[in-house]
Design a protein around this ligand. Structure first.
Ligand SMILES: Cc1ncc(C[n+]2csc(CCOP(=O)(O)OP(=O)(O)O)c2C)c(N)n1
Ligand SMILES: [Mg+2]
Length: 431
């Protein structure tokens, strides 16, 4: 008989989101602090000094479209318009690629709708040659850095111009010349990689810093903790971004620990600076990134930034969120839409208007359409093989090891048996 048998039985808490399909969303626990009320400490402050900002929410744009408070980055109108344009282009690109998936031109796509600020604003706040280690939802970085849309689409279509030769899942780009590390499907691996890159940059007395992005769900991976430990031990010049869009496919943020404490608060336990920012406020995101980048660049230490936002659409084209969350969440989410908020700010400044917005949206949709057409000339999914069959064994080893050579020959033999009618026009160079 157990010693405490007369006590109440032990029980586990299993997190449950506040609203499932059919229910009204409940945002009552949000506790949104006043806009502009968050102090902005010196960038070289101790990590512990940032504790209040880990549970607060850094906000700059108010409901009248005004930028207020010490975190206002005071960007000039031209920069604000560039930010609006980068976010709008990201959204236009997402719309078209999503439709392309539905039309069978690619097997897979992932939108970042509602989260555009969390990649576009940091990409503008970092130096162009800082190294970024993104997750699959930061297409806004590539777009902001001016990576050609056609290259992105070639990769999405896995066509003959795809630089990754169809070996990566669509949207898992790699762009070395743009300081954009290869996206990995294995969640959170980019965090220790970013810290390692930042350490190498410091070891070689370079001036470039690293930044990484990860979803809140992915912080439950061990790699998050290894990265934080290395970052704090060596004071690595790195900015680690947690994009808390509240969902990890069908798991709400509670399963990653979000019910107990904010994600930013984890920073303090490691001795890392932490900031929690309104991820739908592009100016707040810009200011927080600039603060963390300045801190890293002056050897004052790493920063963990939580971007509090909302995943407005499904996880990917393979997902159906109506099965697990309230359909009204998107329309009732209190922190709005980052594009609309920046647009309203520019209008409030007298630097923009609805007609210019409509013209820009039209122009961007045309630009994406033109890039799509051009990429389609290189092929889409379902047009057969776009890369010679044997190439799948290449590019890893300088000379093909004997066992891979054997596998390659066996694969070719089997292919000949399976498709005896093969012709060169089918897109392969099989002999
Ligand atoms: C190590 C690992 N575990 C699980 C998966 C499957 N998976 C892909 S995306 C995803 C959800 C991630 O959610 P989050 O980190 O919040 O990022 P978000 O998709 O919301 O941007 C999961 C579980 C994976 N790719 N890798
Ligand atoms: Mg998420």
């Amino acid at each position: 008989m157990a010693e405490f048998a007369n006590q109440q039985p032990l029980a586990l808490h299993v997190p449950e989101p506040k609203a499932r399909p059919g229910a009204e969303p409940d945002w009552s626990g949000l506790n949104l602090p006043p806009v502009g009320a968050q102090p902005r400490p010196d960038e070289a402050c101790t990590a512990a000094d940032t504790w209040p900002l880990c549970t607060d929410l850094i906000r700059v744009l108010d409901e009248n479209g005004q930028a207020v408070g010490p975190w206002n980055p005071r960007l000039d109108p031209e920069t604000l318009r560039a930010m609006l344009r980068n976010m709008a282009l990201t959204r236009a690109f997402d719309e078209r690629m999503f439709r392309g998936q539905r039309q069978g031109k690619t097997s897979f796509y992932m939108k970042c709708t509602g989260e555009e600020a969390t990649s576009v604003a940091p990409a503008m706040a970092l130096a162009a040659d800082d190294m970024v280690f993104p997750s699959y939802r930061q297409q806004g970085i590539l777009i902001t850095r001016g990576y050609p849309l056609i290259e992105m689409i070639n990769q999405i279509y896995s066509n003959k111009a795809d630089k990754l030769k169809g070996r990566q899942l669509p949207i898992m780009y790699s762009a070395r010349d743009y300081g954009f590390f290869t996206i990995s499907g294995n969640l959170a691996t980019q965090l220790p990689q970013a810290v390692g890159w930042a350490m190498a940059s410091a070891i070689s007395a370079d001036t470039r810093i690293a930044a990484a992005w990860v979803g809140e769900g992915s912080t439950a991976e061990g790699d998050f903790h290894s990265a934080m430990t290395f970052a704090t031990v060596y004071n690595a010049p790195v900015v680690l971004n947690v994009v808390n869009n509240q969902w990890a496919i069908s798991s709400f943020s509670g399963f990653a620990g979000g019910e107990r404490q904010t994600f930013a608060a984890r920073a303090i336990g490691y001795g890392v600076a932490g900031l929690r920012v309104d991820g739908n406020d592009p100016l707040a995101v810009y200011a927080a990134t600039r603060w963390a980048a300045n801190r890293a660049r002056s050897n004052a230490g790493p920063t963990l930034i939580e971007h509090f936002t909302y995943r407005a659409e499904g996880h990917s084209t393979s997902d159906d969120p109506s099965q697990y969350r309230s359909a009204q969440e998107r329309s009732t989410w209190p922190l709005g839409d980052p594009i609309v908020r920046l647009k309203n700010h520019l209008i409030a400044l007298g630097e923009w208007d609805e007609d210019r917005q409509a013209a820009m949206d039209q122009e961007l949709a045309e630009a994406v359409k033109a890039a799509t057409r051009a990429a389609e000339a290189n092929g889409v999914l379902g047009h057969g093989l776009h890369h010679p069959f044997h190439t799948m064994f290449e590019d890893v080893f300088e000379t093909l090891p004997w066992h891979l050579q054997e596998q390659s020959e066996q694969a070719m033999r089997e292919r000949r048996i399976k498709w005896p009618d093969w012709r060169p026009e089918d897109g392969d160079d099989m002999p």
